[in-house]
Each structure stands twice: as C-alpha cells, then as structure tokens.
Design a protein around this ligand. Structure first.
Ligand SMILES: Cc1cc2nc3c(=O)[nH]c(=O)nc-3n(C[C@H](O)[C@H](O)[C@H](O)COP(=O)(O)O)c2cc1C
Length: 117
C-alpha cells in the first residue's frame, strides 16, 4: 500500500486517519496487517510534510504495516513541481520518484504479506 498524503497541522488529513481506523476493525481482522507499505508526503512548504509522514508511521507501527525506510520521500514545494494537469515538470523529481518506486518494489518482494501478528 502506497500512502501519499498532504500535511494537515503536522499530521495527516482526518479522512486518511479514518480509513486506517475503519480498516483496522473488527479487532483481529485488520486489512492492514502485514501489508508492505511506503509513505510519500507532500506540502507547499519546505518541510515536505515531514510531520505528516512520521505521524502516519506511528499508526503503521501498530497496524503491523512493514514500512519502507529508505529512501524517505518528503516532497516540498510541490506546487512548483506539477503543471496544471498534475504532470511532473522536473526531470530530477521524476528520477527521484522512479528510484523510490523501485525501492518500494524490492521492499514488497522482500516482505510479501506477513501475517505474524
Ligand atoms: C487544515 C490544513 C492544515 C494544514 N497544515 C499544514 C501543515 O501543518 N504543514 C504544511 O506544510 N502544510 C499544511 N497545510 C497545507 C496542505 O498541506 C496543502 O494545502 C495541501 O495541498 C492540501 O491538499 P488538499 O487541500 O487537497 O487536502 C494545511 C492545509 C490545511 C487545509
């Protein structure tokens, strides 16, 4: 599961938290259990949603989502990196995201879906 989130008050939007919570119940039947994950955070500012990224990771620890550690993906100044249609405008951003997704692909291969909790 690839989580891509903006930052709201140093955390994630309520809709994303709600999706995590709904999927985690009934207790013992969480859809998240053992599902390999990765996090991309975006914001218009320079910090790139660091707070959202790490607040989300706190929930993912409890939900037993083995989450990609490196490379980290904090996409700052995101409005300048996309055109009006949402396409990437910078080759270095594209190259970074390709590297990120290759690492995530290897992470999925390495972790599969563990059901050990
Ligand atoms: C309630 C609210 C809180 C926000 N808090 C932060 C924040 O803590 N840090 C940040 O960098 N951007 C913050 N932003 C800016 C959002 O990350 C940015 O506007 C993002 O593009 C929102 O996307 P959305 O409107 O599609 O949800 C906030 C925006 C809103 C609406």
């Amino acid at each position: 599961m690839l989580f891509v989130t903006p930052e709201y008050n140093r955390s994630v939007p309520a809709a994303l938290k709600n999706a995590l919570d709904v999927g985690s119940r009934p207790y013992g039947q969480s859809v998240w259990n053992g599902l390999p994950g990765a996090v991309v955070s975006v914001s218009p500012g320079a910090i790139g949603g660091f707070g959202a990224n790490h607040h989300l990771r706190q929930s993912l620890v409890f939900l037993n989502v083995p989450t990609l550690q490196q490379p980290e993906a904090y996409i700052g100044g995101v409005a300048k990196l996309l055109d009006e249609a949402g396409n990437l405008t910078h080759d270095d951003t594209r190259a970074f995201l390709e590297k990120f997704l290759q690492a995530f692909g290897a992470w999925i291969e390495a972790n599969g879906r563990r059901r050990d909790a």
